[in-house]
Design a protein around this ligand. Structure first.
Ligand code: PXG
Length: 288
């Protein structure tokens, strides 16, 4: 595997960064997870835009332009001879001295990894995921904004641990008001009486790129969709539930906190969305 670091490609075995990098010392940095299908990068422009937005929000100056970043991503994909896979694009604050101040880090570092990924087992894509509500809440807008995809994912990591320890595959994260925000790395949708509902971004969800693809897909399929606050009760009583994320793609969720959702199998609207999503990933994207 070839890994891009600060302008050049390195073998996996010597792809290294400094132990004094504030990305490691403080989780100070931002990232994106991007997929490519059939040698085409899916929604690359949107991911690059969100990366620069995250960086701007935390006063992190990315030393190259979005156009140069796009070229670097495509170059890394070409170097790795994979037709399908996952790109992890990481911007760290860079090397500095001890102490929180980012102003002692003169230059941010850019890391691009292109690899293969399978987030959940095949069985989960066939039959749907089991979810558990976790005690760890999604941070509020007056902490670090949930829109910043920072390198500080411990909140989500701990939520994932809680879900796994509860015997589930994915954790449902609530916001400070006890309403549904999202899962640990995925946005959530329910279906009831033919209408799809997803929590608004203001509920603490990441403005997911797959979420937006699903919103647009529902519109083009003529399936009604609205953004509204949801409680656990709305999931317990839904006909269908599914999750979206770059890594997860679109996947049904069939159980929450021991309650079976709908029929307990991936529902018809979920399956239509999955099918439309697959055909988009196969037919669109930036070629490399
Ligand atoms: N919510 C959160 C908190 C995320 O981190 C999503 C939703 C989905 O957004 P996109 O734009 O990908 O549709 C994410 C992004 C993983 C993993 O391994 C997933 C993300 C980030 C880091 C790791 O599942 N997802």
């Amino acid at each position: 595997m070839k890994v891009y670091i600060d302008g050049s490609l390195h073998d996996e075995s010597d792809a290294r960064i400094s132990v004094f990098d504030h990305g490691l010392l403080y989780g100070d940095g931002v990232f994106e997870g991007i997929r490519f299908y059939n040698r085409r990068v899916f929604r690359l422009e949107e991911h690059i835009r969100r990366l620069y937005d995250s960086a701007r929000s935390i006063l992190l100056n990315i030393p190259i332009s979005p156009e140069e970043m796009t070229a670097a991503v495509l170059e890394t994909c070409r170097a790795n001879e994979l037709n399908d896979g996952y790109i992890r694009l990481v911007i760290t604050r860079g090397t500095g001295s001890m102490g929180l101040s980012p102003f002692r880090c003169p230059k941010a570092s850019i890391i691009i990894i292109a690899c293969s990924i399978q987030l959940y087992p095949d069985e989960a894509y066939q039959n749907g995921l089991v979810m558990a509500t976790v005690a760890t809440r999604r941070p509020t807008h007056d902490t670090l904004s949930p829109q910043v995809k920072s390198l500080n994912y411990l909140n989500n990591v701990m939520a994932k641990v809680e879900a796994i320890q509860a015997g589930a595959e994915e954790g449902l994260m609530l916001n400070d008001r006890g309403l549904v925000a999202e899962c640990t790395g995925d946005n959530l949708f329910i279906v009831r009486d033919g209408t799809i509902t997803t929590p608004p971004i203001s509920a603490g969800a990441l403005d997911g790129i797959t979420r937006k693809v699903v919103i647009d897909t529902a519109a083009s399929l003529g399936i009604p969709l609205r953004e509204a606050e949801l409680s656990r009760h709305d999931i317990f009583t839904a006909d269908e539930c599914f999750l979206t994320g770059t890594a997860a793609e679109v996947i049904a969720a069939v159980k929450l906190d021991q309650r079976i959702i709908g029929s307990g199998t991936p529902g018809p609207i979920t399956n239509r969305i999955i099918e439309a999503f697959r055909s988009l990933t196969r037919s669109t994207g930036t070629p490399f």
